[in-house]
Design a protein around this ligand. Structure first.
Ligand SMILES: [Zn+2]
Length: 110
């Protein structure tokens, strides 16, 4: 038996989606995103993951900020600070245009 089935019977049956039956109700909704993951053994499995948060926006003009990551809080806490926002004054809060105009305005007022 083991010779004909090198992997377990359960993983063999998992190859046929029609044999596994209906997915659990929370897996049927689209509130979770589906990520196809290739596992060892050559199978491709669908992993259900929470959706990523929205993109970071500029504090004054509201444009989408470049150089900022879009990840879940747990992954963000594990990443270095330099990967999360650009290394300049007001990086990650204001866009480059607004930062420039703010610096120019401050220099003129002094
Ligand atoms: Zn801006």
């Amino acid at each position: 038996m083991a010779y004909f089935f090198p992997y377990s019977m359960k993983s063999f049956l998992n190859g046929f989606s029609f044999l596994r039956g209906m997915p659990q109700p929370y897996k049927r909704s689209r509130s979770l995103r589906r990520v196809k993951v290739k596992v060892s053994g050559g199978r491709t499995v669908t992993h259900y993951k929470k959706r990523k948060p929205g993109k970071a926006k500029c504090g004054t003009c509201g444009t989408i900020l470049k150089g900022t990551l879009r990840e879940r809080p747990l992954k963000m806490s594990k990443l270095p600070k330099t990967k999360k926002r650009p290394e300049r004054p007001h990086g990650g809060n204001l866009c480059s245009k607004c930062t420039r105009s703010l610096i120019v305005e401050k220099a003129r007022s002094q």
